[in-house]
Design a protein around this ligand. Structure first.
Ligand SMILES: C[S@@+](CC[C@H](N)C(=O)[O-])C[C@H]1O[C@@H](n2cnc3c(N)ncnc32)[C@H](O)[C@@H]1O
Length: 489
């Protein structure tokens, strides 16, 4: 069974007293690409559309790591691995930014548990950048033992970027460690036939100058290929995803499939288990699936998990038998899958209610949750759908976990008008819907666009039951998959 978790990977790695989510020594290859502790914020997945509090939303998502309370985690590391603890605690007494120590502590704890999940033949790849790679290498040396360090891979890419008063920063670092010297490794020689560096050639973005640079690299590469060269630890033949039109999903940190293909082929065989504990939009998972590996993916964002689910199933859309087979082989954890567990989540106090809202908006509706958790008078989230090629419609969402009255609908209509949204979707459980609510919603009229003579109500009341059954918002263009997300760039 392939497994997708919506969770903090630490919770999945540790499991609970009753249940270990992932067996120790069960994984063949772990690749992770965690957020880099740069000031860029990876939780901001959307360039928000034109809404009044866009700026506030962005600010609400301030840099994750500097806010993490790391002292508790440091204490936990002291119990687990004394050397790791000493390293981090000493950094704490030096002139190293607190956000860096917070980030490293957070990572160290997770890497410690990841190592436990690896088989003795297993490999670990940590994708990072030069701002953190030196600190992270020490964390890995201590966790895996410096003798188990195999490579520091330098992935060089090209693309437009102005770096004032510096050489343009154009490489990432991938640290490669193994659990023991019994590790699996398939040597790779560079060849056009491998299809690896061909992947990015179609539909490159960028200026002519960039393309010329790429052509020059291709020439260099061809010369190497003629000699049948064993791949070295600096990779110049893989284009970043935003330059590969066919692959890009618009996820801000999406990595190219050819990069993962290379790593997976080098360090695993068919049928092996591959895990990515910060899996973003699921590049590792998609490649593992294509290369007939089993996989485990974890991400803390609802949106990422939803996106991966669609990404994995997309290639089988026209083959119903295979689609159902692949689907039935994916277990998604962390979300309610039936009404009873949805009710349980909604009834779980303030925290549960917020999780419930996020689940409805981001997972069931493919929307964006409003990070400012507001009471009545605000909105819980929004969706953006293409009306046509140029115009994007904003649809406000309100989610109620209980105690709904007709007054809520009236207030919601006011919010939709105030936010100048084209429609509003009001979500609650089926048993809460009353005739006066439906009547009030109908009085709000119809969306001004008709398609094939069909009218779309401006205020749509949808039930959790509808959404779990796969019903979508009635809109002239509802099938545009994840537009809210796709418009993020
Ligand atoms: C750099 S992105 C990974 C991109 C991925 N390699 C791809 O190709 O799409 C990092 C991801 O880590 C996730 N993340 C951050 N903290 C996490 C945590 N504690 N547990 C699991 N996922 C986390 C973020 O939601 C984000 O999707």
């Amino acid at each position: 069974m392939n497994r997708l978790f919506y969770a903090d990977c630490l919770d999945v790695l540790k499991g609970s007293e009753q249940k270990q989510e992932i067996e120790d020594e069960s994984i063949d290859l772990i690749y992770i690409d965690p957020p880099f502790n740069s000031k860029r914020n990876y939780n901001v997945l959307f360039e928000a559309v034109d809404m009044s509090d866009t700026k506030a939303q962005k600010e609400a998502f301030a840099d994750t790591w500097s806010n993490v309370k790391y002292i508790d985690q440091l204490v936990e590391i002291q119990r687990l691995h004394l050397d790791l603890y000493k390293y981090l605690a000493n950094l704490d007494s030096l002139d190293v930014p607190k956000s860096t120590i917070s980030y490293l502590t957070t990572m160290a704890l997770r890497i410690f548990y990841m190592r436990k999940k690896l088989k003795s033949t297993g490999s670990f790849y940590l994708h990072c950048d030069p701002t953190m790679s030196h600190y992270l290498k020490v964390v890995c040396d201590l966790t895996f033992n410096h003798k188990n360090f195999i490579n520091e891979i330098v992935w060089c890419y090209t693309g437009p970027r102005k770096t004032p008063r510096a050489f343009a920063r154009k490489h990432d670092v991938i640290l490669f460690y193994v659990k023991t010297d019994k590790y699996k490794f398939n040597q790779i020689t560079i060849s056009h036939k491998s299809g690896l560096h061909d992947t990015g050639k179609v539909g490159l973005y960028g200026s002519d100058r960039d393309n010329k640079e790429i052509e020059k690299r291709d020439e260099e590469l061809k010369k190497l290929e003629k000699k049948g060269k064993i791949l070295e630890d600096w990779w110049i033949d893989i284009y970043p995803t935003d330059r590969v039109r066919a692959e890009s999903l618009g996820y801000p940190t999406q990595k190219p499939e050819s990069l993962l293909e290379r790593i997976i082929k080098a360090s695993s065989s068919e049928g092996d288990v591959i895990a990515d504990f910060f899996c973003g939009c699921g590049t590792t998972i998609a490649v593992a699936q294509r290369l007939n590996r089993k996989w485990i993916g974890v991400d803390i964002s609802h949106l990422a998990v939803r996106l991966i689910y669609n990404r994995i199933l997309e290639p089988y859309r026209n083959n119903n038998g295979r689609y159902l087979e692949v689907k039935s082989n994916i277990e998604v954890s962390g979300f309610p899958r039936d009404i009873a567990s949805a009710r349980d989540l909604a009834a779980g106090g303030k925290k549960g209610r917020i999780k419930f809202q996020d689940w409805v908006i981001e997972y069931l509706l493919d929307g964006v949750s409003n990070p400012k958790k507001v009471g009545d008078g605000g909105y819980d989230g929004y969706l953006t759908l293409y009306r046509d090629e140029k115009v994007i419609d904003v649809i406000i969402v309100e989610v109620k976990s209980g105690g709904v009255t007709v007054k809520n609908i009236r207030e919601f209509i006011y919010v939709v008008e105030h936010e100048k949204a084209v429609m509003g979707v009001f979500v609650c459980f089926e048993n809460e819907v009353t005739k006066p609510m439906l009547h009030e919603a109908l009085l709000a009229g119809y969306y001004d666009q008709e398609a094939f003579g069909i009218k779309y109500p401006r205020i749509q009341i949808m039930t959790i039951e509808d959404l779990l059954a796969g019903k979508t918002v009635a809109h002239p263009n509802p099938s545009m998959f994840n537009i809210t997300f796709k418009k993020s760039r």
